[in-house]
Design a protein around this ligand. Structure first.
Ligand code: FAD
Length: 253
């Protein structure tokens, strides 16, 4: 909707409104593309919802909904479920007063200068970085993200690109720190590839992130003058930037 008023925001903040909008879009729009969820899609949904119920740093009301969706989905022992049945749980059709996933999107840090820019894909990256930083079982989170993107992510070329990178996870990512750094460096690789592309929002240019303004200590210079990341500083920055205590709660319903 182009008529939506612009919501002023802090460019170096992470917003719960973006994370909740991402959950809405993912669970109510992308997953809904499968009227019947079975096979790999069902396994993938179960893993994704389990990770959200465990690690999404959400408001109590949203966590209650994610936990009830998780117990429901894990209890489905048949070969398939209907999206309609899953949607009833998401929409809390039983009307428990303390569980809800807000309906609709309200982008804040992921607003774009045009309706087709930023928004959901920005929310997906933000959600993934947040989950990686919250997790205490990194294999579980990376594998759930990888499967989710592979099966459900609406941008199919993106899903293919991501799957090509994600194959390295098994060999390259062993620890919590290496997981956060792996996702950061692959996201920068994508930024590099997309810089100047049509999908770039001119008001939010693709950069090698974080900028020297956001994290001076993350950037160093090699003897020959080339740029070099200080990975330890980058890790500290990621852990603080995406930590649950840094998430801003402006513009929530
Ligand atoms: P995004 O890249 O979406 O980043 C969101 C926010 O994350 C930024 O505003 C910034 O605050 C932060 N951030 C930026 N870089 C990093 C980093 N390195 N580490 C941590 N945080 C960071 N689009 C294509 O056209 N082709 C593709 O192949 C493609 N593949 C994608 C694969 C995945 C898994 C996802 C989620 C998206 C993909 N996209 C692809 C979309 C594209 O990457 C952007 O999400 C989209 O263009 C919106 O860009 P943005 O400016 O909002 O910033």
């Amino acid at each position: 909707n182009t008529q939506e008023p612009w919501r002023p925001f802090n460019k170096s903040g992470v917003y719960m409104a973006d994370l909740e909008s991402t959950l809405h879009y993912s669970l109510r729009v992308e997953v809904a593309a499968y009227p019947v969820i079975k096979g790999k899609a069902l396994i993938s949904l179960k893993k994704y919802v389990a990770v959200l119920a465990k690690y999404f740093p959400g408001r109590p009301i949203v966590m209650n909904l994610l936990k009830s969706a998780n117990s429901w989905v894990q209890n489905q022992t048949g070969d398939e479920i209907s999206y309609e049945a899953f949607k009833e749980i998401l929409d809390n059709s039983a009307q428990s007063p303390d569980a809800a996933l807000p309906v609709g999107v309200r982008w804040v840090g992921c607003q774009g200068s045009q309706p087709h820019l930023r928004r959901y894909p920005c929310g997906v990256w933000t959600l993934f970085h947040v989950l990686t930083v919250q997790a205490n079982n990194i294999k579980e989170v990376l594998s759930a993200m990888r499967n989710y993107v592979h099966i459900f992510f609406g941008c199919r070329p993106c899903a293919e690109h991501f799957e090509n990178m994600a194959r390295e996870i098994v060999t390259e990512v062993k620890t919590l720190s290496s997981a956060a750094l792996w996702l950061w460096s692959r996201h920068n690789r994508v930024n590099n590839r997309l810089a100047g592309a049509l999908s770039e929002d001119p008001n939010f240019p693709k950069i090698q992130w974080p900028s020297p303004e956001m994290c001076p200590a993350c950037h160093t210079v090699k003897e020959n003058g080339d740029h070099k990341w200080n990975q330890q500083q980058v890790l500290n920055f990621l852990l603080s930037h995406f930590s649950s205590s840094s998430i801003l709660t402006d513009y929530l319903e």
